[in-house]
Ligand binder design. Structure first.
Ligand code: THU
Length: 130
């Protein structure tokens, strides 16, 4: 799958987002080491602190299905700016895939590509607990 195809898979998730409070849908597509793709959307809650982001939805879907290593992630939104993953998502992803490639798209389906280590320098991960 090309990078653009993974981005488009993330875009299909925007319609699934449950966003009555922010009205800001986010979609994610997380590719496992074996090529399987786990999608996610943000799911908000009237208790605002209980909202979950699209990337974390995809991650917990994957881990709960037994997948723990990942190659690429696409994160997309309907915004002019690129839909950057939040700090909590960067941290959650770093646990499993510090070398993850992260594709971050804007509403025009254009994307930029970073590694998770670039987005979360000097991250705290399992090796830090040794
Ligand atoms: N959001 C995500 O889904 N991923 C991010 O990394 C950034 C923020 C969601 C959370 C909330 O539902 C909405 O975007 C506005 O913050």
């Amino acid at each position: 799958m090309t990078d653009q195809e993974l981005v488009e898979k993330a875009f299909t998730m925007l319609e699934k987002a449950y966003v009555p409070y922010s009205r800001f849908p986010v979609g994610a597509a997380l590719e496992g080491a074996d090529g399987a793709v786990y999608t996610g959307c943000n799911v908000e809650n009237s208790a605002f602190g209980s909202c979950i982001c699209a990337e974390r939805t995809a991650l917990v879907k994957a881990v709960s299905e037994g997948c723990r290593s990942f190659r690429r992630l696409a994160v997309v939104g309907n915004s002019t700016d690129y839909c950057w993953p939040c700090g909590s998502c960067r941290q959650m992803l770093y646990e499993f895939a510090p070398d993850l490639e992260v594709l971050v798209a804007n509403k025009d389906h254009q994307f930029v590509k970073y590694t998770l280590r670039q987005l979360l320098p000097c991250g705290f991960g399992p090796e830090a607990m040794g």
